[in-house]
Design a protein around this ligand. Structure first.
Ligand code: PLP
Length: 416
C-alpha cells in the first residue's frame, strides 16, 4: 500500500444541514428563515428548554451529584426508564429478551447497531428507505463497509404518499436471510409519511417471512402524534409479532433479532447532551448474554463508557410521576405547534394563490414537510429570499412561526 501524505487528502463538504445552519448564521438579512436543521424552535424561533427538563436540572443541582464513571453499558436507572418509554411498562418489565445500552444519542445507537451487525450478523445487504436521514448512509459506510447499501422505495412522488407496494416488492425480491432493513419508527425523516397500522403489519409479515434483521430508528417519539405511546406502536407491534414466547414453536421463521435505536435528543430537547439508547431484542428462547457482551466490548473500544448528564435528566423526569406528566405535556406542546404551523403554511399558500395542491403539507406528520420543491426552487429560495432548507425539498417546520409564515409562503409562490 502506498503511504499517503495526510496533507493531500481532499476537503470534504460539511453535511448539508450543518452547512446550511452555518450559512444561515452568516446571513445578515433581517428576515432570513432557517428551515434546515431538525431541531425544535418555539414561536419566536428560539431554542426551547422543556420546563420539565428545567425542573429536573434544578433537582439534580440540589442533589449535589458526583461525576464518577458510569458502567460501560450506561446508567441502569436511565435504561430502565428509556426501555419503558419505548416498549411500554408491560413489555419492558417482563421481557428478558431485551438488552439495553446507553449510547451517544440516536446517532451513536445507529452506529453501534451497524458495527454489531457488520461484525456478528454479516448481512449481505442493508436496505435503507429512499429517501432517508442522510447520516444512515454515512454511518453504514463507515461502520459496515462490507455490507452493500440498497435503497427500498418509500416515497411515491405521484401520490406524495407511501409506496408500500414498491417497498414490499423490493424486500420480497432482493433481500436475503439476515439482511438488515432500517425502518423509521415514526415521523419519517425527511418525508413526514408513516405507514398506517395495517401497513406496518404487512411490513412485519415480510420481515418475518424473509427473516430480516430490523433496525428501528426512533428519533422522534412523541413528535408524530403528540403522544409517546402512540408513536411507539410499530415497535411494540413488531416485538409482539416477531419476538414473543407464543412464536417459539415456529422459531425457524423468526429473525435473528431486532435493534431499536432510541434518541432522546428531540423529545427532551437535549440535543447537545447526546443521550440515547440501543435496545437489542432477540427471540425469547435464545440467550442475550453473548450479544450483550459483544455490544459492551464495542462501546468500551469507542467511548469506554457513556456520559452522565443527559441520562440523569431523562431518568429524573421519567421517574417522577408529576414531572413525567409535565414532560408529556411539553411533548404535546411541541407537536401541536408544528401541526399548527403546517395548517398556517398551507392556508397561506392557498390564500395567495400559490400554484399547486398543498394539502400534503398538512397531511404529513412530525418535524418535517417534504414539500415537493425542486433543487432549483430551493436554491432560489435561499439566494433570493434568504430561506434555508435541504436541497431535497425537506422543510423543518419548527423554523416557521406566525410572524414569518406569510413571508415564506410568498417566497414559495415566487419560485414556483
Ligand atoms: C432519523 C434520525 N435518526 C437519528 C437521528 C439522530 O439524532 P441524535 O443523534 O441527535 O439523537 C436523527 C436526527 O436528526 C434522525 O433524523
Amino acid at each position: 500500500m502506498t503511504l499517503r501524505n495526510v496533507g493531500d487528502l481532499p476537503v470534504l463538504p460539511l453535511p448539508e444541514s450543518f452547512a446550511l445552519t452555518a450559512a444561515y448564521n452568516d446571513d445578515q438579512f433581517p428576515n432570513k428563515v432557517n428551515l434546515g436543521q431538525g431541531v425544535y424552535r418555539d414561536n419566536n424561533c428560539q431554542p426551547w428548554v422543556l420546563p420539565s427538563v428545567r425542573e429536573a436540572e434544578e433537582t439534580l443541582h440540589n442533589q449535589q451529584v458526583n461525576h464518577e464513571y458510569l458502567p460501560i453499558a450506561g446508567d441502569s436507572k436511565f435504561l430502565t426508564k428509556a426501555r419503558q418509554l419505548l416498549f411500554g411498562p408491560q413489555i419492558a418489565s417482563s421481557a428478558e429478551n431485551i438488552s439495553s445500552l446507553q449510547t451517544v444519542a440516536g446517532t451513536g445507537a445507529n452506529h453501534l447497531a451497524a458495527l454489531f451487525c457488520a461484525r456478528n450478523l454479516c448481512p449481505k445487504n442493508v436496505f435503507i428507505s429512499d429517501p432517508t436521514w442522510d447520516n444512515h448512509h454515512l454511518i453504514w459506510e463507515m461502520a459496515a463497509p462490507n455490507v452493500t447499501q440498497r435503497l427500498y422505495p418509500y416515497y411515491d412522488p405521484t401520490t406524495r404518499g407511501l409506496n408500500l407496494d414498491g417497498m414490499l416488492a423490493e424486500l420480497e425480491s432482493s433481500a436475503e436471510d439476515n439482511d438488515v432493513v432500517i425502518l423509521h419508527a415514526c415521523a419519517h425523516n425527511p418525508t413526514g409519511i408513516d405507514p398506517t397500522r395495517e401497513q406496518w403489519k404487512k411490513i412485519a409479515q415480510v420481515v418475518r417471512r424473509k427473516k430480516l434483521f430490523v433496525v428501528f430508528d426512533c428519533a422522534y417519539q412523541g413528535f408524530a402524534s403528540g403522544n409517546a405511546d402512540a408513536d411507539a406502536w410499530a415497535i411494540r407491534e413488531f416485538y409482539s409479532m416477531l419476538f414473543t414466547e407464543e412464536l417459539s414453536s415456529s422459531s425457524s421463521s423468526t429473525p435473528a433479532g431486532m435493534f431499536v435505536c432510541q434518541s432522546l435528543s428531540k423529545n427532551f430537547g437535549l440535543y447537545g447532551e447526546r443521550i440515547g439508547a440501543l435496545h437489542l431484542i432477540i427471540p425469547p428462547w435464545t440467550s442475550p448474554e453473548g450479544a450483550k457482551a459483544h455490544l459492551v466490548q464495542l462501546v468500551r473500544a469507542e467511548i469506554s463508557c457513556p456520559s452522565l448528564f443527559g441520562a440523569r435528566i431523562v431518568h429524573t423526569v421519567l421517574d417522577d410521576a408529576e414531572l413525567c406528566t409535565k414532560w408529556q405535556e411539553d411533548v404535546r406542546i411541541m407537536a401541536l405547534r408544528i401541526k399548527t404551523v403546517r395548517a398556517l403554511l398551507k392556508s397561506e399558500l392557498e390564500k395567495i394563490g400559490a400554484r399547486g395542491d398543498w394539502s400534503h403539507i398538512e397531511q404529513q406528520i412530525g418535524m418535517f414537510s417534504f414539500t415537493g420543491l425542486s433543487i432549483a426552487q430551493v436554491q432560489e429560495l435561499r439566494e433570493r429570499h434568504h430561506i434555508y432548507m435541504l436541497s431535497n425539498g425537506r422543510m423543518s417546520l419548527s423554523g416557521l412561526n406566525e410572524t414569518n409564515v406569510a413571508y415564506v409562503a410568498g417566497a414559495i409562490r415566487d419560485v414556483l
